[in-house]
Ligand binder design. Structure first.
Ligand SMILES: O=c1ccn([C@H]2C[C@H](O)[C@@H](COP(=O)(O)OP(=O)(O)OP(=O)(O)O)O2)c(=O)[nH]1
Ligand SMILES: [Mg+2]
Length: 152
């Protein structure tokens, strides 16, 4: 924990190569906006792998997650196909965004420099998978996929 903008916050230093570095719109935002490095037009229902021109070296024990922007989703039906896209600590390539236009009628135009998605940096655990004959009991057990219903 270090002091940042007058508050005590987790801040992780990340080495980056980019023409347009991801930017936090507000100091306490979780997601830093990723900009398109290229222009692309998405027809209704079309997807495209859009470059951001950003390459990073995450410290060991961290991962990046590429997630949609809610404004683009609500106003234009733009989402990220594989959300959250996982950026591994060892990845040194360009971060790319799999944008999908879910709108049935309108095309969506992306210009270079547009903020198309956001990047969330998180500490992650790595597991050691230990085979066992029986898993410990729990209250939920094997219930899932709507087992608790919809209405309260
Ligand atoms: O939205 C994304 C998701 C992934 N990546 C990059 C970083 C990540 O570390 C790498 C591999 O991602 P993932 O493991 O999700 O893809 P894969 O299909 O399993 O490819 P691989 O076999 O290379 O792991 O691709 C992106 O640039 N954007
Ligand atoms: Mg993989």
């Amino acid at each position: 924990m270090i002091r940042y903008s007058g508050r005590v916050t987790d801040v992780v230093e990340i080495q980056i190569r980019a023409e347009r570095a991801p930017r936090y719109a507000h100091a306490d935002d979780a997601g830093a906006d990723l900009m398109a490095a290229e222009a692309v037009t998405l027809a209704p229902g079309e997807r495209a792998l859009v470059g951001t021109g950003v390459a990073i070296a995450l410290p060991e024990g961290y991962a990046g997650f590429v997630v949609p922007r809610s404004g683009l989703a609500a106003k234009h039906g733009i989402t990220v196909v594989n959300s959250p896209g996982t950026i591994d600590a060892g990845y040194r390539g360009e971060i790319k965004v799999t944008l999908l236009n879910t709108d049935r009628e309108a095309e969506f135009v992306v210009e270079a420099g547009d903020r198309i998605a956001q990047l969330i940096i998180m500490p992650v655990s790595r597991a050691v998978f230990v085979p066992v004959a029986e898993l410990p009991e729990s209250v939920r057990g094997t219930g899932g996929f709507g087992s608790t219903g919809v209405r309260s």
